[in-house]
Design a protein. Sequence first.
Lengths: 93, 332, 620
Amino acid sequence: MLNRLWDVARRFTGSLLGMLKMRSVEYLEAELRELENVFALLVLGSFIGLPSPPLPISLRLLPHLGRELLVATRISERLDDMLGEMAGLFEIS
Amino acid sequence: MFRFVAFAGKGGVGKTTLSAAYALERSRRGDKVLVVSLDPAHNLGDVFERKLSEEPTPIETNLYAIEVDYDAMLRRSLKKLSEKIKDMYGYLRVFNLDKYIDVLQHSPGIEEHAVLETMLDVIRRNEAEWGFNIVVFDTPPTGLTLRIMALPSLSLLWVEKLMELRLAILARRRAVERVLGTKPRVSLGGREVSLATEPRGDPVYAELLKIREEYSFVDRLLKDPQRFSVVMVVNPEALPVLEASRAAGFLSKLGIRIGAVIVNKVLKLPQEDASRRLYEQKRALELLHKFFDRYPIVEVPYLDEEPRGLDRLVKLSRFLEEITEGCTLWSS
Amino acid sequence: MVQAGLLVVAALIIYALFYFTHGRYLQNKVVRADPRRETPAYKLYDGVDYVPANKYVLYGHHFASIAGAGPIVGPAIALGWGWLPSLFWVWFGNVFVGVVHDYLALMASVRYDGRTIGWIAGRLMGRRAFVAFNAYIWFSLLLVVAAFGFIIASLFTATPGAGVAGILLILFAVVTGILIYRTPLGFKGGTVVGWLLIILAIAAGYYTQAAGFALPFDAWLWILLVYAIIAASIPVWVLLQPRDYMNAYILWASLAIGGVALIWLALRGEGLLTWPAVTGFFANVVGGQPSPFWPAVPLVIACGALSGFHSLVGSGTSSKQLDNELHGLLVGYGGMVTEGFLSTMIIGVMASYGTLALADSVFKAVSAGGSAADLVSEIASALGVGAVTDKASALKFVETLASNPAAFGSFYAGLANALKWSVIPLSYAYATNAAFGLDLTVMTIFATLWITAFALTTLDTATRLGRYAWQELMEPLKSVSGGLYRVLSNKWIASIILAVLGMLLAATRQFLIIWPAFAGMNQLLSSLALMTVAVWVYKVQRASALGNALVIAPAIFMWITVTLALLWYESVVIPPMIAAGGTSALTGAVVGVVTAVGVALNIAIFILWITAMRRPAESG
């Protein structure tokens, strides 16, 4: 019985801690993603008509930008509803 | 000390001829000189009446020449870039590379990058193997040359900005790592990859550092008045003179030394012949003296015969005495 | 007589009952949640946004995101109708409408790859619905700055110590942030320091208040204006992130302390409800006008019962991190009823210890003199009770008021407003003081900090969002005048316009006009979200007859309620404001126009909705 209680208590604190940790980095991670998005756009902008660094620089950095490209792609998929997405993240209540 | 000079100007003003003449004269005055033609429409081989290649071909004891195959240069440069893409892109769906390469050659930046690369290649090989005191570059038409000259500064600007942004990204990743206890990860093409959180472990930052170093080297060289100089070549016509003054302003802003201005193909006709051409020329020369009063100006007359062959080049170089006398193109 | 603690227990029972019956039915027969179906967290897993989260972690996070100052302030105002109708709406409005809204918005988003409810509305009802959603969001931003700016400034004026603590907390949040994110102290160490700093802030507030520090209302508004503009312009990890994080602790701590206090009091037979259960169908709640409980209650109680913003949070972040479709019930449904529980606790606390709290504030106001004191004498003569001269007579005054339901209904809202809503934190302080003997001033400061912590974060986020929303709104200008567009869409101009407009509205002090407008916009948002999920349930899910009814009935009910409420608001509440001239007219005009646009959109949306419902069924 005591073991069960202890187990429940442990899982409760674990979840609580998890929730708190999630909360402590939520905006940080969102900002990080946006910075990575900007980085991708800056480096690769020439491929979509934006001013960008001289092509050789872009090409030299390109191989290492897997994550940034992924983030940029994901974000671009949702660009049609940015206000809604942002309103969901930056909650107003 | 190795010195470099670039003869710049619109197409057809006489860059190739003048760079050849200058090089010939200096080589006869004791310097070991190499002329490199980067102009896509060059005829350096015709001027020297020699068959030239991409390796230094002797013209005289102290005079050598290189004629760069422009298209081959572009293809080589592109190939190097595309190899980099091919090597690394296994896990991302990218383009059909072969088709893409052909498009790339028209991409803004490829040409200037290729030419700059070639110039750097010459400079490095000069230092390592050849040892020419003076290297004369016959450059492509003004627009491209200006972009080439600006390329190092521009690249450095971009690199600095990107490094700043990169550090901001890494700082935040570190913060997340600090809180969650593990490095942030991303799932790429089915694989879980750990992300760098420190500049030291970040391939992007490392690449940016390398790029910065490379471009800094060039940038420093171009801005060193003791080692690099530009000679502007114009014809005595108003509009080209205006254009040249704008180009000169641009170069000065970049911090690149302009060693001299040569106005080529000046008509020497009797004064009584008040033809329109003379009037235009006079106006152009006035403008020229107004814009370029800070620089040594050399007037070279319109020669009867096409300056081909060493003898005729020597005759042409008589008019260049002001700049061939010593190493006045550079500061001391 | 009823003990407040019983209300809390009743809430727990009612919510639990509905969770396991109504909730399960929705899950199984309407949403048809399938544990084997991949949620977007797996289908679109990228380690970026789409990452599965633990059920309880997500629930806690979702609840902390939807909680704010709303579920506290709304019910506090609604007590003008009496605690019974307020509770009724918080319990049954929450269960029949609120959770349906929250849970289904979440699950619909899960089925649409984590897209937001506005996007889904666009898909199911056409682009105009999507545009309407965004318009509602923008209007809400303006009104929330006004409403929350007012409430923060009011509370800080009433409890200057809390103001000091609040300002200090801004600094302390920055420090905590640096410690957690940029030093080896990290998460655990930084959090401990953060808590110490909160205690330090409360202590500083306590002593400065004791020393007599106080700032006038307008001074606080200025401070808030500067804060909003600066806070919204710095990187999120400097202030917003650490604030948001520490707020979670304050939330759970306050909820726990308050709930346990009431239950403990009930067990001791204390915490009796002394305020009227019902004051009358018409009470002077909205804008000082006799307000019909129905349809006006949603204009007062939003977040505790039904809130459009929740659908944004659910479909914005929670849906992307749902591990398993069956978890949605705890997150969406559970989150909303927890919010209802919070509102219940507030109602309980105020209806039992509000008398003491009001008496305190009345006495302070009378001693200070001014318009609040005048109002008190007015009410005193109307009640036929002696003038308020000391604490004893103040208490008598409030007791008389509380024992006279009709009078309470007429005067409560105006009085509480004039007293700067100090009755809210004071009630909480008295309750916890009665239960555990905690110091009154400290708990007042703590409770004020609780409310304002969330409100301050909202000022920050609303200004940020407003910058972006404003730019989108100015798009049409581009073709008219490029120069004007550039100036207006400049990010500083956009921030300043929004913050200044909002604070100007707050400065008019017409809170009982502004809050209902804010709540009304919120309800318009939720009405649209409800209609969207109704289409989803009816057309895409093809649920059973009962299932459909459980969703469509609330949707129609809310649409009718909100439309009637706002039409009433426009015709009964706004005209007298405009007629009064001066700042009242200004407020009335701005708020009236914004609301009118909202109502017009709402009516247009209804037609879209009917069309969508009658279209032949599709698979979405």
